[in-house]
Ligand binder design. Structure first.
Ligand code: PXL
Length: 433
C-alpha cells in the first residue's frame, strides 16, 4: 500500500517527513513525501524554518499523483497560507482519506504554522480531514475552548467535527493524569483509549501516531481500530526512544506485528537479489509467512497483489495481508500440519536446472505429479496445492526444503521453497538461484 505524507522536513528525523517515512516503512507501507517547508533543528534546539514555494508544493503533489496510486494521505506541517491554499486546491476533489495532523509548534518551541495561517488551516484543511489528530493545546487553539477536563475535550471535538472533519482524535498526552488517554469521536460516538504514561519526554511520538493511523486506514481498517493500533504503535515507539543527541530522546518506530516486519524485510531483500526477475513465473510470485499453529489462509500473511516481473526487475504489487495469498498459503498450511516449524514459502519458476542445483547443494527436494490427482479435488480452489504438498511429504521424515511439480494441462510447472522463516527461505533460495 502507498501512503503519502505532505509535511515539513525535520533534520533530526524524529518528526516531519523523515519520521513519517520511517513509520510507513516500519509498518510495511510504501512511503511517499511532499515537502512543504524546511526546518533546522536538533534534539535540543529549534533554529529556523522556511517554506517551500507553493509552486514546488503543487508540482510535487502532481508528480506523485500522476504516477502512483496513493491509498491514504497524512498532512502535517503546512507553514503558511499559500501552501494551505495549494494543498486544498490539489486535494479538494480527491477521494483519498486524509489524516490531518495539526502542527503548530515544535516541542522545542519553533513556530511551524504562521499565526496568520490558522484561519486558513481551519477553513480550508479541516473540511478535507477524514480524521484530524490535534493534541490538547492544538485543539484549544483550533476551537478557542480551554480544555481542563474530558468534558471540555468532548466539546472541542464536537466543534472541530462541526468545522468539517469527519472524525476527531484528541490525543491526551498533555492532560494531567498518570495515564495517557486519547479521545475519539467517530460516527456520532465518543470512545476513550488509555495507555500507561511513559515518564519521559521524547521527540516524534505525535507524528508516529498520525502516520501509523494513516497506514492502518490504508490497510482497510476502521477508524476506531486504526486509532487503537496507532496508540499502541506510538506507545511502543516512545518506549523504544533513544537519547541519540544531547537533548530529547528520539522516538523509534517498531512494528508490533513481527510476522509482517520479517516478511516485509525479506520481500525487500528478494526483489533486490541480482537477476531474480528470471525466476518469476507466468503466474507471478508470492511470498508468505504464517502465524504459529495456523488453521486457515487467514492466518497466513502474503501479498494481496504479487511480486510481478516488470522487464528486468520485480515490482511489489499490492499489500501484505492475512489471507492475501491462496496458493502459496495453502502450500504452507499443508506443510505445517505435518511439520509445524515450517511457516514460510515462496514460489518460483520451474526449471530442471534449478532443481538439479538444489539437489547439488544438499537441499531436500520432493515433488508431486498433478496429473495423478483425483477429480474430486481437482480445480477446487486451494485443494490441488494441499493435495500435492501432502502427497509430496507423505513418506518424508523431515520437512523438504523444495517441492516442485511439472504442471498439468493448462497449469504452469512450479517450484516452492519452504523454510521456518522468510529469512530461512531466502537463505535456501540464495543457494539455488
Ligand atoms: O512533531 C511535530 C513536527 C512535525 N513536523 C515537523 C517538525 C515537528 C516538530 O518539531 O519539526 C517538521
Amino acid at each position: 500500500m502507498n501512503v503519502l505524507t505532505i509535511a515539513g522536513s525535520d533534520p533530526s528525523s524524529g518528526a516531519g517527513v523523515q519520521g513519517d517515512i520511517k513509520t510507513f516503512t516500519a509498518l510495511a507501507a510504501q512511503g511517499f513525501c511532499v515537502v512543504t517547508a524546511l526546518t533546522s533543528q536538533n534534539s535540543s534546539k529549534f533554529f529556523k524554518s522556511e517554506p517551500a514555494s507553493h509552486e514546488i508544493v503543487k508540482s510535487q503533489i502532481r508528480a506523485i499523483f500522476s504516477d502512483f496510486k496513493i491509498d491514504t494521505i497524512k498532512i502535517g506541517m503546512v507553514y503558511d497560507k499559500m501552501i494551505i491554499k495549494t494543498i486544498r486546491d490539489e486535494l479538494q476533489n480527491s477521494k483519498i482519506p486524509i489524516v490531518l495532523d495539526p502542527i503548530f509548534e515544535s516541542t522545542t518551541g519553533g513556530v511551524l504554522l504562521q499565526p496568520d495561517a490558522l484561519s486558513y488551516f481551519k477553513r480550508l484543511l479541516i473540511p478535507l480531514a477524514h480524521v484530524i489528530t490535534p493534541n490538547i493545546p492544538e485543539a484549544e487553539k483550533i476551537t478557542g475552548i480551554k480544555i481542563d477536563s474530558w468534558n471540555d475535550a468532548k466539546r472541542a471535538a464536537l466543534k472541530i467535527h462541526a468545522m468539517g472533519a469527519k472524525s476527531v482524535v484528541i490525543t491526551g498526552g498533555h492532560m494531567q493524569d498518570d495515564k495517557v488517554t486519547d479521545l475519539l469521536f467517530v460516527n456520532r460516538k465518543f470512545y476513550m483509549f488509555s495507555q500507561k504514561r511513559i515518564p519521559r519526554e521524547s521527540h516524534g511520538g505525535g507524528c508516529i501516531f498520525s502516520a501509523a493511523l494513516c497506514v492502518n486506514i490504508a490497510k482497510g481498517k476502521s477508524v476506531l481500530e486504526s486509532v487503537q493500533l496507532a496508540q499502541k504503535i506510538s506507545f511502543e515507539s516512545i518506549r523504544n526512544a533513544m537519547k541519540i543527541g544531547h537533548g530529547l530522546a528520539i522516538a523509534r518506530q517498531k512494528n508490533p506485528d513481527a510476522i509482517e516486519d520479517e516478511l516485509a524485510k525479506a520481500i525487500n531483500q528478494f526483489v533486490s537479489m541480482e537477476g531474480i526477475y528470471q525466476y518469476v513465473p507466468e503466474v507471478q510470485t508470492n511470498f508468505v509467512y504464517s502465524k504459529m499453529h495456523s488453521e486457515s489462509v487467514l492466518d497466513v500473511l502474503g501479498l494481496e497483489g504479487r511480486l510481478v516481473k516488470t522487464g528486468r526487475s520485480i515490482s511489489v504489487a499490492g499489500t501484505l495481508k492475512y489471507g492475501g495469498s491462496r496458493h502459496v498459503a495453502n502450500a504452507v498450511l499443508a506443510m505445517s500440519k505435518r511439520f509445524p516449524t515450517v511457516r514460510s514459502a515462496i514460489n518460483i519458476r520451474y526449471d530442471n536446472k534449478t532443481i538439479r542445483k538444489a539437489i547439488a547443494k544438499k537441499l531436500q527436494v520432493s515433488y508431486y505429479d498433478r496429473s495423478l490427482e483425483l477429480h474430486s479435488t481437482k480445480n477446487v480452489d486451494g485443494k490441488t496445492v494441499s493435495w500435492g504438498i501432502k502427497s509430496a511429504i507423505k513418506k518424508l521424515k523431515s520437512p523438504p526444503d523444495v517441492i516442485y511439480h511439472k504442471g498439468d494441462a493448462g497449469k504452469e510447472p512450479m517450484i516452492l521453497v519452504f523454510g521456518k522463516t522468510p529469512k530461512d527461505v531466502l537463505m535456501k533460495l540464495g543457494k539455488i538461484v
